[in-house]
Design a protein. Structure first.
Length: 61
């Protein structure tokens, strides 16, 4: 399945986006990696089959 990831943050000029082909676990791993790579991202929304599936929020340390 194809998943679209869209990263959100209050200080972003535009959202970060990525596409992932595979299982939902693959999409979740990529969402976690996006949050790790970019400190401005506050959450990553996950879409699959044209529907919103959920979001992954940044963990507070």
């Amino acid at each position: 399945m194809w998943f679209t990831l869209s990263a959100l943050g209050s200080d972003l000029e535009s959202p970060g986006e990525a596409a992932v082909q595979g299982a939902l676990a693959d999409a979740l791993r990529e969402a976690e990696a996006m949050l790790e790579r970019e400190p401005m991202f506050e959450a990553v929304e996950i879409f699959g089959a044209g529907r919103f599936l959920g979001d992954l929020k940044r963990r507070l340390n």
